[in-house]
Design a protein around this ligand. Structure first.
Ligand code: SF4
Ligand code: SF4
Length: 512
C-alpha cells in the first residue's frame, strides 16, 4: 500500500490549483504515424551542444547517433527513425528566446529500421559496476524528462543515501507522468532499481501525487512486497509546486537543500519517473532515447490525449493526431500554464524537454490585462515556495541591479509562477527573473572569458621571457666553455675567424 501514514512536512507558500487533467487522461497513450520529416536539434539539454557526426545525404537508422558527446555536460542525440539526412542547418527550435539552433533534418522512409549497432542489453545490471551504468545512460542520450532536460549521467556520479523518484506532476493540465505510471509502472520500477544500484542508494522513495489514484495503484501493484526492501511509495498532497525538487525533498524528508547547494549536498538525488523509464529502455533493451510521452491538451484542441512522439516530430503532426484546433484556440504553450512558454508556431519539433503542448483557449489564457505599478500588497511573497521577496526581485531586475539580485537569492527562484499568478498588478514577474538570470550568467561568462584571455596573455609573456633567459644562459655557457678551452687566444681566434670570412668573401667577388 502507498505509505499514507508516512510523516510529511509542509513547504512554504504554493497554491491550490484546479488540476485540469481529466481531459487528457480519458484514452491510453497513443502512438501516431511517422511524420515525413523530422528535425533534431543537437542541443536538447542543459549544457553544451553535441557535435554533429552525419552529413547531408547520409542514410541513418533509428537509434543511430547523429551527434556525439565527448563529456557528460554534452548529451548525444540519436535519429528517432530511419531516413536520409537532408539538411544540417539552423532551424527554429522551441525555446523561450525564440532563436534558431543547429538541427539535423531527416526525410523519413517510413520503415522505422533500427540501427544494428545498438548497445547490447544489460540484463543482469546488478552485476555491473555503477560507472558502466552511468556510461550507458550517457551514451543513450538520457536527460531529465520532467521538463528540465538536465543530463542524467551527471546525477549518477556519486553514491548517495536516498534516491527520490518524482511522480508528482503538480502543474495543471500535464498528465504524461500520470499516464506513464498507469501503463508502464513495471518498466519504471525496473528503471528505479537500476538507478538505485548505480547510486548505491540505501533508501528509495517513490513520490506520487494524491490526485493520481490510478497511477498510485499501478505502482503499488508493481512494487508488490518490495516496499519492505527499502523502496517506499509515498502519497503527496496535491499542491503546486509540490513536484519542485526542493519542495519535494522538504515534503518527504523535512530537510532543506542549502540555498547555494544541491540535493546531493544532503545525500539525496531526485529523478523523474519518465527518466527512470528511459533508463530501463537504455540498460535492459539497449535502446537510446528516441521518443517521449507528450500531453496535448487544452480547450483549443479537439481530442486531448497523451501521445508517444518520436523526438523531432513537428508539433503540427501531434495537433493533427488530436483532431486539430477548435475554434476557441488562442495560444500554443510548451509546458503547463504556470511554467510553460508561448510558441510562435506549431512547426517546431518535439524535443526531449517537451512534456506538454497546452493548446489553450481564450478562457484558459485570459485577456491580456493592463500591467499596473506594484502596490506592495505582499501577496507574491506569501505564495513564494522559495521564501523569496518577489516584489524586491522585480524591482532590482527592472533596474538591472544584478548584484542586489544575487544578494536576494534570485537563483533560488524556481520560476514556478506562483507570484505572477496572484499579483493584482499583473506584473510579468517571471519574465523579469528569467531575463535577469540570463544577463547574470552571460556577464559571468564574459568575465570568465576575459579572465581566461588575460591569464593566457600573461602565461605567453612569461614563457617568452623564460625562453629568452634560457637562450642567454646557453650563449653565456658556450662562451665560458670556449674561453676555458682557449684561455689565452680566445679573443684573437675570434678576430682571426672573422678576418678569414671577410677574406673568403673578397676572394669570391674577385673571381666573378
Ligand atoms: S503581488 Fe504584485 S503588486 Fe503585490 S507586492 Fe507582489 S509584485 Fe507588488
Ligand atoms: S517564480 Fe520565483 S519568485 Fe515567484 S513564487 Fe516562484 S520561486 Fe518565488
Amino acid at each position: 500500500m502507498p505509505d499514507h501514514s508516512a510523516k510529511l512536512w509542509h513547504f512554504p507558500g504554493g497554491l491550490q490549483l484546479d488540476p485540469h487533467k481529466s481531459q487528457s487522461t480519458q484514452h491510453p497513450i497513443q502512438r501516431i504515424p511517422i511524420p515525413s520529416r523530422i528535425a533534431l536539434p543537437v542541443k536538447q539539454h542543459i549544457g553544451e551542444a553535441a557535435e554533429v557526426s552525419v552529413r547531408e545525404g547520409d542514410y541513418v537508422y533509428k537509434g543511430q547517433p547523429i551527434a556525439h558527446a565527448q563529456n557528460h555536460v554534452r548529451t548525444p542525440v540519436h535519429a528517432s527513425t530511419s531516413g536520409t539526412v537532408v539538411h544540417v542547418c539552423q532551424q527554429p527550435v522551441p525555446h523561450p528566446s525564440g532563436l534558431t539552433d543547429l538541427c539535423v533534418v531527416i526525410d523519413t522512409d517510413g520503415l522505422d529500421r533500427w540501427f544494428d549497432g545498438l548497445l547490447d542489453p544489460i540484463k543482469d545490471y546488478g552485476m555491473v559496476n555503477p560507472a558502466c551504468l552511468r556510461a550507458r545512460v550517457h551514451e543513450s542520450g538520457i536527460v531529465g524528462l520532467g521538463g528540465a532536460a538536465f543530463p542524467t549521467a551527471i546525477k549518477l556520479q556519486r553514491p548517495i543515501e536516498t534516491l527520490l523518484i518524482n511522480g508528482v506532476e503538480c502543474e495543471p493540465y500535464i498528465s504524461c507522468d500520470d499516464m506513464l505510471l498507469r501503463e508502464r509502472s513495471a518498466e519504471i520500477l525496473e528503471g528505479v532499481r537500476i538507478l538505485r544500484h548505480a547510486l548505491e542508494a540505501r533508501h528509495c522513495i517513490i513520490a506520487i501525487e494524491g490526485d493520481m489514484p490510478l497511477a498510485l495503484e499501478a505502482m503499488r501493484q508493481a512494487l508488490g512486497g518490495e516496499q519492505a526492501n527499502g523502496i517506499r511509495l509515498v502519497t503527496i498532497p496535491p499542491k503546486y509546486p509540490a513536484g519542485g525538487e526542493r519542495q519535494l525533498i522538504k515534503t518527504v524528508t523535512g530537510q532543506e537543500v542549502p540555498s547555494d547547494g544541491l540535493p546531493i549536498d544532503i545525500g539525496m538525488i531526485c529523478h523523474n519517473v519518465g527518466t527512470a523509464n528511459a533508463i530501463y529502455h537504455a540498460v535492459c533493451l539497449g535502446k537510446p532515447l528516441v521518443s517521449r510521452i507528450v500531453t496535448v491538451t487544452g480547450g483549443g484542441i479537439k481530442q486531448p490525449k497523451n501521445i508517444e512522439a518520436l523526438i523531432g516530430t513537428p508539433m503540427s503532426h501531434l495537433i493533427e493526431a488530436c483532431g486539430g484546433y477548435t475554434d476557441r484556440f488562442e495560444r500554443l504553450i510548451m509546458g503547463g500554464p504556470m511554467m510553460g512558454f508561448t510558441l510562435p508556431s506549431d512547426r517546431l519539433p518535439i524535443i526531449k524537454a517537451t512534456n506538454c503542448l497546452l493548446v489553450a483557449s481564450q478562457d484558459e489564457v485570459g485577456s491580456p490585462s493592463a500591467v499596473m505599478p506594484c502596490i506592495h500588497c505582499g501577496d507574491c511573497a506569501r505564495v513564494c515556495p522559495a521564501i523569496l521577496l518577489p516584489q524586491e526581485l522585480y524591482r532590482f531586475a527592472q533596474a538591472k541591479h544584478f548584484d542586489k539580485l544575487q544578494v536576494y537569492d534570485l537563483f533560488d527562484c524556481i520560476e514556478c509562477g506562483c507570484c505572477a499568478y496572484v499579483c493584482p498588478s499583473n506584473l510579468p514577474l517571471v519574465q523579469y527573473y528569467r531575463f535577469a538570470k540570463y544577463e547574470i550568467i552571460a556577464r559571468e561568462h564574459d568575465q570568465a572569458s576575459a579572465e581566461l584571455a588575460r591569464r593566457r596573455y600573461e602565461q605567453r609573456n612569461q614563457r617568452l621571457a623564460h625562453e629568452k633567459q634560457e637562450h642567454a644562459q646557453r650563449l653565456a655557457k658556450k662562451k665560458a666553455l670556449l674561453n676555458k678551452l682557449h684561455p689565452d687566444n680566445a679573443e684573437d681566434s675570434r678576430k682571426a675567424a672573422i678576418r678569414s670570412v671577410v677574406e673568403r668573401v673578397k676572394a669570391k667577388k674577385a673571381t666573378h
